[in-house]
Ligand binder design. Structure first.
Ligand code: SF4
Length: 301
């Protein structure tokens, strides 16, 4: 049997589904039952009837799936796949901000550890951050951990007062505005699509700013035939699948998240066979970090 066939058989036997983020490699996306961004995958994790979720992504995604479906087994194909940005805030600063500001909402990007989420009032994703911040009754917003998504949300919701945290995604921050300018010179008809984790200077050069799924549906609907895409290059697979007649270029630095690329079909097969790398969380952390995630799902409805 091939790896693919074995995975298929084990999925049936164990009532398992495979969730994959758009940033994992194409051969992993091909095996998935659901492919999407963090928001979509968190909804699937919360709603699925499957007993086992194989989460092809980084550790905070597995944690969120476990928090939203505590009775299910969540398996991570590579236990070491982590997101650097997920750790770039700390509970001490959050507590300090709460003392300093009345009427403070701590808004936590889903790309964060469960430990950070438990100190927060609500989670957001890049797809719903603006909508959720706007819907909050609070005027003061401490947005963690990503400074770039925070600045983008602040520009869209000027009636709120934002306090920024200095976290960032190394993959998105590495793309420079200068590269996009050069790419535009080479492809003058191309539209520039960017993820809000990119820097403000880069975002100023764009035709569209949105989450990974927002970028994909924009490219699908746009009348343009060429695009300069400023997000992790795993998204190329879905873009080319949905828009076979369009061309997609990436900045010269070729944005690649090494942790996302640690996931392979062989590792999926291994965890399905052995049950290794099951996400385990302390009940207290699980309970406390569920509240901001559930509040996000409610407010985003
Ligand atoms: S692309 Fe950036 S935000 Fe996404 S998992 Fe990798 S390091 Fe984290």
């Amino acid at each position: 049997m091939t790896v693919r066939e074995e995975i298929k058989q084990l999925k049936r036997e164990k009532n398992a589904i495979i969730l994959a983020h758009y940033y994992v490699s194409p051969e992993v996306q091909e095996l998935a039952d659901y492919i999407g961004d963090s928001f979509y995958l968190s909804k699937i994790a919360a709603e699925t009837d499957a007993e086992v979720i194989v989460f092809c992504g980084v550790s905070f995604m597995g944690e969120s799936a476990k928090v939203l479906s505590p009775g299910k087994t969540v398996l991570m194909p590579d236990a070491g796949a982590d997101c650097a940005m997920a750790h770039m805030a700390d509970p001490e600063t959050i507590e300090k901000m709460r003392d300093e500001y009345d009427d403070l909402a701590v808004v936590c990007y889903i790309n964060s550890t469960a430990e950070l989420k438990r100190y927060s009032d609500v989670c957001v994703t890049s797809a719903n951050a603006v909508k959720i911040v706007r819907a909050l009754p609070n005027r003061n917003i401490f947005f963690i951990p990503d400074r770039n998504l925070a600045r983008f949300a602040a520009s869209q919701v000027p009636e709120k007062h934002f306090i920024f945290n200095e976290g960032f995604c190394p993959v998105h921050e590495k793309m420079k505005a200068e590269e996009v300018r050069r790419a535009k010179e080479m492809h003058p008809a191309a539209e520039v699509l960017a993820h809000p984790e990119c820097t403000r200077e880069l975002l100023e050069l764009t035709d569209y700013i949105g989450s990974t799924s927002g970028i994909i549906s924009y490219a699908e609907k746009s009348g343009a035939k060429e695009f300069i895409v400023c997000t992790e290059n795993g998204v190329r697979y879905e873009l080319e699948k949905r828009c076979p007649d369009k061309k997609f270029y990436f900045p010269e630095t070729e944005p690649v998240c090494r942790d996302m690329k640690l996931i392979t079909p062989e590792k999926i097969l291994h965890v399905l066979k052995t049950g290794e790398n099951a996400v385990r969380m302390e009940a207290e952390i699980c309970e406390a970090s569920r509240k901001p995630l559930e509040r996000m799902l409610e407010l985003a409805r």
